[in-house]
Design a protein around this ligand. Structure first.
Ligand code: OAD
Length: 243
């Protein structure tokens, strides 16, 4: 860590990407997917996060999403989200946050350039018209319907569905031009999100308490939690940018 902080002070990176996964929100109280107690160790993907599951049982899928939406409404961004918010607000720093998370904790911590690869849990989409709108509060009925009478669904990416191409292209472009990529709290198992990290030509740091497939590839892995590791890195970059 000491060497990294010295390097950041010296090199003063300005084009920076943070690629985040469920681990960055874990310390806010949102469970990850694959760690101990993770959602996919408790629930079955094929019952809750596929278009087929929604077609079979929209009320079951919505019940699960409403419980996650309520949980996310009830938690706060942690020190890692806040540090990235500070970093993005510095006039000399060009920060893109690329997240696999569907929560809104980056935005609530002040990040204003966030690409949500897997959609947003507080946006909903009409299943026939395809129009989307923001909806934070719980619906009164389950499953909720659009004014046109068709079912509404969470505007998230389910297994077997493609990512939004514009979002993915913007994410790829940001990674390709980044001088520094900070990969935070992802198991790097879900593609194409995980593949973005491999496209970086700049310096890559991984922050994760456990080893992942990225570990050998990143120039540096910090075996720590997001809220411990991100703030000192951000403070060093900001100190260098001001120096
Ligand atoms: P995972 O649950 O697969 O991985 C979370 C990672 O965070 C693990 O590698 C943990 O070791 C790490 N972690 C846990 N606590 C941490 C902490 N406090 N600080 C830093 N890291 C910590 O979540 P993702 O990689 O985000 O997709 O999963 C990717 C996608 O799989 C999700 O976006 C979701 C899921 O299925 C869709 O829903 C399409």
């Amino acid at each position: 860590m000491k060497e990294l902080l010295e390097r950041l002070s010296r090199e003063k990176p300005e084009r920076i990407v943070a690629l985040t996964g469920a681990g960055i929100s874990a310390e806010s109280g949102i469970p990850t997917f694959r760690s101990a107690g993770g959602l996919w160790n408790t629930f079955k993907v094929e019952d809750l996060a596929t278009p087929e599951a929604f077609a079979r049982n929209p009320d079951t899928v919505w019940q699960w999403y409403e419980s996650r939406r309520a949980q996310i409404r009830g938690v706060e961004p942690n020190a890692a989200h806040h540090a990235l918010g500070r970093l993005g607000r510095h006039p000399r720093v060009d920060l893109t946050v690329i997240t696999q998370n569907v929560d809104d904790l980056h935005e609530r911590a002040g990040s204003n350039h966030v690409l949500h690869l897997h959609g947003s849990i507080f946006r909903v989409r009409c299943c026939s018209e395809g129009n989307t709108f923001d909806r934070r509060e719980a619906f009164d009925v389950n499953p909720p319907r659009c004014d046109c009478g068709s079912l509404l669904r969470p505007d998230v990416v389910w297994f077997g569905e493609p990512l939004d191409l514009d979002t993915l292209n913007a994410a790829s472009a940001a990674v390709e031009r980044a001088e520094l990529l900070i990969v935070i709290g992802t198991s790097a198992t879900v593609y194409p999100a995980a593949g973005l990290a491999w496209m970086c030509r700049g310096y890559t740091i991984e922050i994760n308490p456990v080893e992942t497939s990225l570990t050998g590839y990143a120039q540096l892995t910090i075996r720590s939690t997001a809220s411990n590791a991100v703030p000192p890195i951000v403070d060093t970059i900001l100190g260098a940018a001001d120096g």
